[in-house]
Write a protein that binds this ligand. Sequence first.
Ligand SMILES: [Zn+2]
Length: 112
Amino acid sequence: MATEREKMYECEVRRRRVKAGGGYEPYWKVKSVVDALADDDTEFRCKDCHGPVKLLGRNGKNGTVPHVEHKLSADAEFCPSGMPFKKATDGREPRHSAQPVEFAPAHHQQAS
Ligand SMILES: [Zn+2]
């Protein structure tokens, strides 16, 4: 069977925003992979299952559009954006990644 690659053109990127009361706090923002590259974002995850993703097609050769795909095939099996999930006919329920990408341990911030 021909391998159909999943192509997800949207992802979540780690951004930070000013926190009420001072300092910054991280948050995840959904954006297109194209925009994420234009903005030099470096941390990505799947917007649906929060699993780690690989960035592909970023050099734009041969008309490829930058996109991401799951690093873990187990994620794709149960992610609403995953090709294996979409093709599954067993009525499975989507679920989040078993290894979700979370924020790196936060720098210690002064409690106010
Ligand atoms: Zn996913």
